[in-house]
Design a protein around this ligand. Structure first.
Ligand code: NAP
Length: 271
């Protein structure tokens, strides 16, 4: 049977780089699903791949809505039964011009609840050697958070629902302007990425067989999301380059990657 992979937010940026890298190692009979919120853009992305090895399909998915993620899971379960590779990559961009209090709710709903929806619905569909990768960032560790907030992300004791509650409370703090008083970092991307990695650490405790659930940091990638924040993108990787070190992780043994945050093949320590 062919391999089956799904990548969220796959029509542009790193997501499309991941699609292209996967195409380079997949063969005829394998399937790559691009889960996108604009199917026409997903189809355009597919059409732009010159040397198609696998079979491609763009499927509608708004990761911020659980029913949307569940619908794709049910579609794929009916078609294939299991999935070999799931990459939760979709993310709402930070907007430099808009105050955080006005964008934080949608940001967390997409980036954190989106990762949660994918973990909840796709982890049970993984094959015995399946991989579920959440694209996070090197900011997603407790080293970027004041120690008094560390217990909120005590992943050995807490559930994914607990982490979701922490993130919703964080949203309310930012909206009320009380986040700094509580010790949260200024940049909303940091709590968000810590929340994503916390979800991965919890989900990874329940992995079965030779599966692995992991988070990754792609390093700086030249995309429409990162460009507004950096004057000089000379050292940024192209999405295709950045995707290589992530796709290379698929073949690593579960002991080396499960529950970890990986960057360029190495683990980044949680605290
Ligand atoms: N770029 C970097 O330097 C960098 C560094 C560290 C980590 N990362 C992480 O890498 C991932 C990809 O980032 P990127 O730079 O490639 O961003 P990007 O270019 O903005 O791409 C984000 C993708 O997510 C999609 N998306 C947004 N909201 C969605 C939703 N509700 N449902 C489904 N898809 C949705 C977008 O779709 P549309 O095309 O419809 O908008 C787009 O395809 C993110 O998790 C980001 O945090 C990036």
């Amino acid at each position: 049977m062919g391999k089956v992979a799904i990548i969220t937010g796959a029509n542009q940026g790193l997501g499309f780089g991941l699609v292209e890298q996967l195409n380079a190692i997949y063969k005829a009979g394998d399937f790559i699903y691009l889960a996108v919120r604009r199917v026409a853009k997903g189809q355009e992305a597919i059409d732009s791949i010159i040397d198609k090895k696998a079979h491609f399909e763009a499927v509608f998915m708004d990761v911020s809505k659980e029913e949307s993620v569940q619908a794709v899971m049910e579609y794929m379960a009916a078609k294939h039964g299991t999935v070999d590779l799931v990459i939760s990559n979709a993310a709402q961009r930070m907007d430099k011009e808009t105050p955080y209090r006005l964008q934080v709710a949608e940001f967390i709903q997409t980036n954190n609840m989106g990762a949660y929806h994918v973990l909840k619905h796709f982890q049970p569909l993984l094959t015995k050697k399946g991989r579920l990768i959440v694209v996070a960032s090197g900011f997603g560790t407790l080293t970027h958070l004041t120690t008094k907030l560390h217990p909120l992300f005590a992943t050995t004791e807490r559930s994914m629902i607990d982490i979701n509650r922490v993130m919703h409370e964080y949203v309310e703090e930012v909206k009320a302007g009380t986040d700094a008083l509580k010790g949260w970092p200024k940049w909303i991307n940091i709590p968000s990425k810590i929340g994503q990695v916390a979800l991965v650490r919890i989900a990874a405790q329940k992995k079965k067989d030779a599966q692995a659930i992991l988070a990754v940091c792609p390093g700086l990638v030249n995309t429409a999301a990162s460009r507004p924040f950096f004057e000089n993108m000379k050292h940024a990787q192209s999405p295709f380059q950045a995707a290589k070190s992530i796709i290379d992780l698929i073949d690593r043994s579960p002991d080396e990657i499960n529950g970890k945050l990986m960057k360029f093949g190495e683990e980044i320590s949680w605290q």
